[in-house]
Design a binder for this molecule. Structure first.
Ligand SMILES: Nc1ncnc2c1ncn2[C@@H]1O[C@H](COP(=O)(O)OP(=O)(O)OP(=O)(O)O)[C@@H](O)[C@H]1O
Ligand SMILES: [Mg+2]
Length: 250
């Protein structure tokens, strides 16, 4: 079942002679349960694409449909509400609030959205356990390692059980062992709960966990690679991804 449909999206920054086409006529669909990686050189439009998909940024032309809903047809309030219920974000630098504990960071968005604190807290505790930091629920971000903070931000993104998760370099500041654990958690969400994940990364090893890799160049999706997702094929996947990236830069 299709969850995302992007039709001919263009995003232009600046005016006249200083125009930058951050996105140039992008078309893309994603199915429920799919894990997509987006790769491409710096400035190729990856973050802009995530922002436009999430409705955080408005395209200059074209339409984004999520679950059949045309984002441009929603009012600001409807869009905020839609995002809150259907989309989870994981940022590279976690965006945690320093004075709040892990548990409070995870629950804050849901409590602001008017959910019942007790129910939300129980769910947040379960999620913190799931991502392996149940014992740190009362710690502040400054008392946690980068990997632990990223787990908090993943728990926060998953609290509302969003069917659609967007992640910009979610493992960008983590060591390879922690990255692997986090990728396995995310991949499980796709394969066992039928969630959809669109993840930006610069790292071929990280991208190799996805079902499909998209390659961007100058605001366009210029290449696409479908991967076998068994652990057995990982090394081959990484080599295939690297060779596509090399082809891009020629
Ligand atoms: N707010 C903005 N105003 C003007 N230009 C912008 C703005 N945001 C992005 N751009 C430009 O749009 C292009 C795409 O930027 P984007 O941030 O999407 O790249 P990216 O692929 O995410 O790069 P990176 O890998 O470095 O994060 C770049 O040329 C960038 O300079
Ligand atoms: Mg970016």
């Amino acid at each position: 079942m299709e969850i995302l449909n992007i039709k001919n999206i263009t995003k232009v920054y600046g005016q006249e002679r200083n125009k930058t086409y951050a996105l140039n006529k992008i078309n893309l669909t994603a199915q429920k349960g799919e894990f997509i990686s987006i790769m491409g050189t710096s400035g190729s439009g990856k973050s802009t694409l995530l922002n436009v998909i999430s409705g955080l940024d408005v395209p200059s032309s074209g339409e984004v449909y999520i679950k059949g809903k045309k984002l441009s047809s929603l009012s600001d309030k409807e869009l905020t509400n839609f995002r809150r219920h259907h989309i989870g974000f994981i940022f590279q630098f976690f965006n945690l609030i320093p004075v709040l504990s892990a548990l409070e960071n995870v629950t804050l968005p849901a409590i602001l959205a008017g959910k019942h604190p007790e129910i939300v807290e129980k769910k947040a505790q379960d999620l913190l356990k799931l991502v392996g930091i149940g014992h740190l629920s009362h710690s502040k971000p400054s008392e946690m390692s980068g990997g632990q903070q990223q787990r908090v931000s993943i728990a926060r993104a998953l609290l509302n059980e969003p069917e659609f998760i967007l992640a910009d370099e979610p493992t960008g500041s983590l060591d390879s062992k922690t990255s692997k654990e986090i990728l396995c958690i995310l991949k499980n969400f796709c394969e066992h709960m039928n969630h959809t994940l669109v993840m930006v990364t610069h790292d071929a090893h990280v991208a190799s966990y996805a079902h499909r890799v998209l390659f961007m160049y100058d605001g366009e999706i210029v290449d696409e690679l479908y991967l076998n997702t068994s652990e057995h094929d990982r090394q081959k996947n990484i080599l295939d991804i690297i060779s596509r990236i090399e082809r891009l830069s020629q």
